[in-house]
Design a protein around this ligand. Sequence first.
Ligand code: HMG
Ligand code: MG
Length: 302
Amino acid sequence: MTDKITLVEVGPRDGLQNEKIQVQTHIKANFVNQLSQAGLGEIEVTSFVSPKWVPQLADAAELLELVEKSAGTHWVLVPNANGLDLALANSVSHIALFTAASSGFTQKNINMSVEESLVSFRDLVRVFREKCPQGRVRSYVSTIVECPFSGSVRPSDVASVVRELLEMGVDEVSLGETIGVATPQELLAVAEEVEKVAPKEKLAWHLHDTRGTAVAGVYELIKRGYRKFDSSAGGLGGCPYAPGAGGNVATEDLIYLTDRLGIPSGVSLLEVAQASLPVLESLGRRPTAKSQLAVLAACNLI
Ligand code: HMG
Ligand code: MG
């Protein structure tokens, strides 16, 4: 395990997908480019999903034209063959598939059962490898602790989906605590099962912070040896298919935590804190993420 933390910034995708007010494409592009400049080497930029289901991300192709291509790894969410065709047509070389450990959520989210999604992903991974041999594939497994539709999820169910994804050749799996209910103990119970089928290096954690427990979870996972976490600038976010789910853990809060722990992420806290301001302004919101507010106040910027 490296002694550096890697943060995967998901604000431009997860942070915005649930927003009803349309953010202009050039504002999203500046957001992505500023996040790169702040030192975030991996950013999930957008999704190729149905524009009827997620209108906010209907500008995926135009956005990809505007973002700095050489600025690191740009992930794009892909749900099906249609999405993969669009991703390849737009020269995307880092795709993120997404399924869940519970069928209730998978059905609402991508209109498939978990089993159907895994059958479909097998084909998607094969086609992607043929067409883009230098590319990388990550996959989310959502609802790792609780599903808003099917209730509690067993850690062993999470582990069996992770095992199948790795067997089909996915490079890394991001474990999604989609609705932000988990205590650190519950996350550790998931870790214990998943470690039976996957090395820590192939896992990332994607914690929504609906109830303010995500940083505590990240701290325990760091102590257990994990080094890769998804987060969202300004704590933006939520999922259209997880009612009431809050945003991802704020990137600023993880930069602050890991810097102070002496396992730096190499990302500028101040620059990330500033990057989401124009997006928040478009949405008619003020910043609310704790470490974002603290650093902006310390620099007399709010
Ligand atoms: P469907 O209705 O089953 O798809 O939707 P379909 O194949 O029957 O096609 C229906 C229509 O959608 C057709 O168009 C297709 O062409 C079109 P029509 O003939 O009606 O004009 N279509 C597409 N258009 C653009 N891109 C595509 C695509 N596929 C079909 N890829 C589908 C299936 C997956 C498309 C739909 O369910 C969908 O888009 N869902 C959105 C899912 C989504 O974005 N959810 C949020 C992200 S997941 C998340 O937030 C969780 C995560 O953060 C982790 C965590 O927090 O746990 C990742
Ligand atoms: Mg999410």
